[in-house]
Design a protein around this ligand. Structure first.
Ligand code: SF4
Length: 239
């Protein structure tokens, strides 16, 4: 992080931070999830300069908070989610994720003691609708513990609708979802993204496959440039 970003970070850490509204249980939960992750993000970013490690820590903290948000929100919403392990209809799409999530997924791939090369995929196939996500290996997510927040929150209340959408290759057939549950799971990510935005760090969405493929060539360099306000992910940005 450059000097002016450090100053902004210091000012944010000294500010009162986001407030919690308590009008409804759902609003209070959303604001609590947001506030906790806001503070956690500042704590991680204030650690001594180790860009790659800090980015991975930040990503893991978002994932941990999203996991907790899923558990608590499901108890509140009582949604009857129809998703099961091994079901991957929704993994056939050019996933749009945050840059931080792409870093988390790439780091998870790098830490696996298996052949790191993603299946050979060119740019058009990584962008094509209904093509398998490059992180889907033999029907399973190869980075499941570090899958992006969009994959954590995305769910279906009717798996038949997911299959129908896939079989008909009709992207407008969105399966039924509890949008409030989806929103609550995304609150920690929103908080971290807002902190990063205020520091001047690129928060544009990326095509997950493109970003992970780029990261496998220069993980440390891209992450350091990104955390320093650079546009290392320009070629993976969602147009
Ligand atoms: S990252 Fe994992 S969960 Fe998300 S679309 Fe790809 S294979 Fe599926």
């Amino acid at each position: 992080m450059n000097r002016s970003m450090r100053k902004r970070l210091q000012r944010l850490a000294e500010s009162r931070g986001p407030a919690i509204r308590r009008e409804t249980p759902q609003q209070e939960l959303a604001d609590t999830l947001y506030q906790r992750q806001w503070q956690r993000s500042l704590e991680i970013l204030q650690r001594p300069e180790e860009p790659a490690l800090n980015a991975i820590r930040l990503c893991h903290s978002v994932h941990e908070a999203s996991e907790q948000a899923w558990t608590v929100s499901q108890q509140l919403r009582k949604a009857r989610v129809d998703c099961k392990a091994g079901c991957a209809w929704c993994c056939h799409t050019p996933v749009r994720s945050t840059i931080l999530d792409a870093i988390g997924a790439a780091a998870a791939r790098l830490s696996q003691l298996i052949d790191y090369d993603l299946p050979h995929r060119d740019r058009p196939s990584l962008l094509s609708n209904f093509a398998a996500c490059p992180l889907l290996v033999e029907g399973q997510c190869s980075v499941y513990p570090q899958r992006p927040v969009v994959c954590r929150g995305y769910h279906s209340l009717d798996v038949g609708a997911c299959k129908q959408r896939f079989d008909s290759r009709n992207p407008s057939l969105e399966p039924p979802m509890d949008v409030d549950l989806y929103g609550l799971v995304g609150m920690p990510q929103l908080a971290t993204q807002d902190v990063l935005k205020q520091l001047g760090i690129d928060c544009r969405p990326v095509v997950l496959g493109l970003a992970v493929v780029a990261l496998q060539n220069d993980f440390e360099g891209m992450v350091a440039d990104w955390l320093n306000g650079g546009a290392a992910f320009e070629n993976a940005i969602v147009l």
